[in-house]
Design a protein around this ligand. Structure first.
Ligand code: ADP
Length: 599
């Protein structure tokens, strides 16, 4: 019952729907008692030969009236109770979604997307059922059940009531037991189905790799195993399900057997009329639903309780990154100064960054290079406050980023992440993602700067071309440039390009960098790159190695230092010369897998 107590705030909020809904349920329960009584009067009247035609007509009219009233009232309570339950589902879904959007990336790193989706669907559904069907089964099992039993005992025969009811609790017991078993097995069947689904989805999206590696047969075999698993789990569900109906019928049959056997005896003895026995057996039939409902009620409450607790504990998780009470709201601007003593991710043995001291003035460009895993992205994540730097400080214009609101900080930054993401929407909407009210001219200007305008015009629908899963397929370089345009549209104080030019060809890269130098003379630009040509012109360059600054200086200075930078630069120069000689490899064309020999 505690789940109903926990949902009380909602019942209060929807008190009109619930009060009327329950009241109507009560009226329907009373109306249900009436027709069997009419049957009794008619049977007894017929047997005694005292029933006149007009009396019969009146009784039939009353039954019809009660039938029509119940029809209308049942419709109304369904709308009231189930409607309110739907609103609860909507409310919880909204709360959960807004909670998810407040959480910092570390939260999503810890929780699997599938689990979060399950909370947003199955758990909310279970709570919704508690607020709808749960209330219905509670009222029906207690009120309708109690009313029918009381009528049988008080107005017909308490002895017969006691005898006939002996098997009835078995129904509630069976429903509850089978319900739990069904639920568990159904869960396993669902999990098997979702494993199979994942496999199909993975294979469809990774079909090219499967084919390229000649793994069709292996994949088919592992799919067959999963699909056999689904069948087995579903048969396990069907086994319990198949037992359910016969068990219920058996118990009901037993109850009727006792009622007719003892009732017949009472009639022969003359302590009961035939009409009363008929009325009694109809009531017995009417008791089946409240008994079933009683069993359902336990399962509904159990599931609702567990789901509500899961949703509740999820809503209790606070984002690790939050605005401080007196955080500054003015948009960040000025010098970007990193002073990170050390920073490590949860669970990592080694810190990802150590002793980083960098200062970038407005108008300057900072280049960050280093091997994969050297800490380039981590540095940006700290600046963006995706994670908080505990040992050290990052300041913008002299203000620590932790002392600003997230809004003030992030509105000043245009971030093009390494793993760019386009929404299933038009190119225009994708570019205007951070500023929905941007004019067409502004969007085109950003696209021009990002070197993607001409490409967009080549598409049949231009800026209205839909991209993403349901739209046209773009090359890696095109996606990167749309992501860059998205950031440039904001004319941010600080622009971060995290290896965002890796898939564009050298000429386009040069054009984009030149355009950035032109338009961002007053502003700060931070570029991380693998290809050194992307940061060659930067005012200062740092080389990271396992989280340390291994080398720093301008391009010329670094070449003179003759370290990792100089070596890598020469290496890349050589590679590009070979590529030019052997026919340019356009980094902007979608990569097609090279077929592997299968034999
Ligand atoms: P880069 O951008 O230079 O490739 P990263 O900043 O992504 O390097 O990574 C630096 C180090 O931190 C690596 O050792 C990487 O494995 C680790 N790392 C990066 N992101 C996470 C994360 N979210 N959780 C735990 N470790 C991480």
């Amino acid at each position: 019952m505690s789940i109903f107590r926990d949902l009380w705030w909602f019942f209060k909020q929807e008190k009109r729907s619930y009060a009327w809904g329950v009241l109507i349920l009560l009226v329907v329960a009373f109306l249900e008692i009436f027709p069997p009584y009419v049957v009794r009067v008619v049977v007894d009247g017929l047997e005694a030969g005292t029933l006149t035609g007009s009396e019969l007509g009146m009784w039939l009219g009353l039954i019809a009236l009660a039938g029509v009233a119940m029809y209308v009232l049942r419709y109304v309570w369904r709308i009231l109770l189930f409607g309110a339950a739907f609103r609860l589902g909507q409310l919880l879904r909204r709360r959960l979604f807004s909670h998810f959007s407040k959480m910092s990336p570390s939260f999503f790193q810890r929780r699997r997307t599938g689990d979060l989706m399950a909370h947003a669907t199955n758990d909310i559904q279970a709570v919704q059922v508690t607020a709808g069907e749960g209330v219905l089964t509670l009222v029906d099992s207690l009120v309708l059940g109690g009313l029918v039993v009381a009528t049988m005992a008080l107005f017909i025969s308490w002895e017969l009531t006691l005898i006939a009811l002996i098997p009835m609790p078995l129904i509630a017991l069976a429903v509850s037991k089978f319900g739990t078993m069904l639920h568990q097995r159904f869960h396993r069947a669902q999990a098997a189905f979702s494993d199979m689904n994942d496999k199909v989805q993975e294979n469809i999206s990774g079909m090219r790799v499967v084919k390229a590696f000649g793994q069709e047969e292996n994949e088919k075999r592992s799919f067959q195993k999963l699909s056999r698993h689904v069948v087995e789990k579903n048969i396990a569900v069907a086994r319990v399900d198949a037992l359910f109906d016969p068990t219920i019928s058996l118990v009901i049959g037993l109850s009727f057997f006792l009622a007719v056997a003892f009732g017949g005896w009472f009639v022969m003895e003359g302590t009961m009329t035939i009409g009363q026995l008929t009325q009694f057996t109809i009531y017995l039939g009417q008791l089946i639903w409240p008994m079933l409902a009683f069993g359902f009620l336990f399962n509904i409450m159990q599931r609702g309780r567990a789901s509500y607790d899961r949703i509740h504990s999820l809503l209790q998780v606070e984002s690790e990154i939050q605005d401080r009470p007196a955080a500054l709201t003015a948009r960040a601007s000025g010098e970007v100064a990193f002073a990170v003593d050390h920073f490590g991710y949860d669970g990592a043995k080694e810190p990802a960054l150590r002793d980083i001291r960098i200062s970038v003035q407005p108008g300057e460009t900072l280049g960050i290079v280093g091997k994969t895993g050297s800490g380039k992205t981590t540095l940006f994540k700290l600046l963006l406050r995706e994670f908080d730097c505990t040992a050290g400080e990052i300041c913008i214009g002299g203000v620590p980023v932790r002392e600003m609101t997230l809004d003030a900080l992030r509105s000043a930054i245009g971030y093009v992440p390494q793993d760019h993401f386009l929404f299933s929407a038009t190119i225009r909407e994708n570019i205007a993602f951070g500023q929905a009210d941007a004019s067409d001219e502004e969007i085109e200007e950003a696209a021009r700067l990002a070197g993607i305008h001409e490409d967009i015009l080549q598409f049949e629908h231009g800026y209205d071309t839909v991209v993403g899963e349901r739209g046209v397929t773009l090359s890696g370089g095109q996606k990167q440039r749309i992501s860059i345009a998205r950031a440039l549209l904001l004319t941010p104080e600080i622009l971060i390009l995290d290896d965002s030019l890796s898939a564009v060809d050298a000429k386009t890269e040069e054009a984009i960098l030149a355009a950035l130098r032109q338009t961002r003379q007053e502003k700060t630009t931070l570029i991380a790159a693998h290809r050194l040509s992307a940061i060659e012109h930067a005012d200062q360059i740092v080389v990271l190695e396992e989280g340390w600054i291994a080398e720093r200086g301008t391009h010329q200075e670094l070449l003179l230092q003759d370290g990792w930078y100089a070596w890598t630069y020469r290496q890349q120069q050589l590679e590009s010369m070979i590529q030019k000689g052997g026919g340019a490899v356009d980094g902007d064309t979608p990569v097609t897998p090279v077929s592997q020999p299968t034999s």
